[in-house]
Design a protein around this ligand. Structure first.
Ligand code: UDP
Ligand code: MG
Length: 317
């Protein structure tokens, strides 16, 4: 086999003081083992990204970095959300790494799979997607909403890997590709397949968060799904157009019908018809406006070209 290459684990952390020490401990064992077996180089690192945490997360990362050069730390200037924190981490370590694996701080993703991912990398894959083999540990509600989400995305024609979250390996050139995507509305799961290059999947069981609370309550999940849909698909707009066309056609037929009825002289006080159509058309217009507004909002955000993240400190030695 060729000379072992450098692996960076990138881990976004938001208020993760409860899990970080244990996570660091487990990852250290895993990384040391892989370095020992010469699967990865001794320059490999675990890079924690502090996404503007309000608890002791950054202090813990600092302490880890001081005690062991295996641990790197990246502190963002404020909380920017999981996707932006992840991107910040990836772009910051890119120059130092040959390959990067992203994962969550709570180790819900089985870390033993990293070795398989690295193996796939050596076999020539630039992107290796971690895919959940089952959702046994999820609540019925989460299972149902997640499945619905993937089905809906597929229906809208968005290329997305089924049951893949953000646990994945990317090569440096794949990261270079990712960097060329300039959009602010960031939905990595949708963007990464657009990069191209050889890719594959590995399966794993997703466990439970061992400490701390989920930072993805239902409201965030919903906005995440909405972000995914509106960032990648203009089908909703097309659906509105089609609906508008359909309603218009029907109204023409109705008009002809009423005209005939009028000419025959069978007119009735059309109060019901008027009120119903006022409500139906009004509602439809509002719906259409709302959806168009979604996209205008996106254009608005994109034109600002705000930075997606600002790195405050990069500890690496
Ligand atoms: N996270 C983050 N910024 C945020 C929210 C979450 O960096 O604003 C991180 C969090 O620390 C964790 C990962 O994103 O490492 C996934 O969050 P969580 O485990 O709470 O999500 P769940 O597994 O419940 O979907
Ligand atoms: Mg989690």
């Amino acid at each position: 086999m060729m000379k072992p290459q450098t692996l960076y684990l990138v881990i976004p952390c938001y208020n993760e003081e409860a899990v970080l020490p244990e996570t660091a401990k487990q990852l250290k064992i895993k990384m040391a083992d892989m370095i020992e077996k010469q699967i990865i180089s001794p320059q490999s690192r675990v890079a924690f990204v502090d996404d503007g945490s309000k608890d002791k997360t950054w202090e813990i990362i600092n302490r880890l970095h001081e005690s062991d050069s295996l641990f790197s730390g990246i502190k963002l200037s404020r909380n920017k959300g999981h996707q932006n924190a992840l991107l910040a981490g990836l772009m910051t370590v890119k120059a130092d790494a040959d390959m990067v694996v992203s994962m969550d701080a709570d180790l819900q993703d089985d870390i033993n799979v990293v070795e398989q991912m690295v193996k796939k990398y050596y076999e020539g894959h630039d992107i290796v997607y971690g895919v959940r083999s089952s959702r046994k540990k999820d609540t019925a509600f989460k299972k149902f909403t997640a499945q619905g989400f993937y089905k809906f995305m597929k229906l809208l024609g968005v290329e997305i890997i089924y049951n893949h979250a953000d646990y994945r390996l990317m090569s440096r050139r794949a990261l270079d590709g990712l960097q060329q995507f300039k959009e602010v509305n960031l939905f990595l799961r949708g963007i990464v397949p657009l990069i191209g290059y050889p890719s594959c999947t590995v399966e794993y069981e997703r466990g439970e968060r061992f400490a701390g609370e989920s930072k993805y309550p239902f409201k965030k999940m919903l906005s995440f799904a909405l972000e995914g849909v509106t960032s990648f698909s203009i089908k909703p707009i097309r659906m509105i157009t089609a609906l508008g066309f359909l309603i218009f056609s029907i109204s023409i037929i109705m008009l002809a019908y009423f005209l005939i009825v009028y000419l025959i002289g069978k007119t009735v006080p059309g109060w019901t018809t008027i009120v119903i159509s006022v409500w139906a058309i009004g509602g439809l217009q509002l719906l259409a406006l709302g959806i168009i507004g979604e996209y205008i909002g996106k254009i608005y955000m994109e034109t600002k070209e705000r930075p997606k993240f600002i790195v405050e400190t990069y500890l690496n030695r």
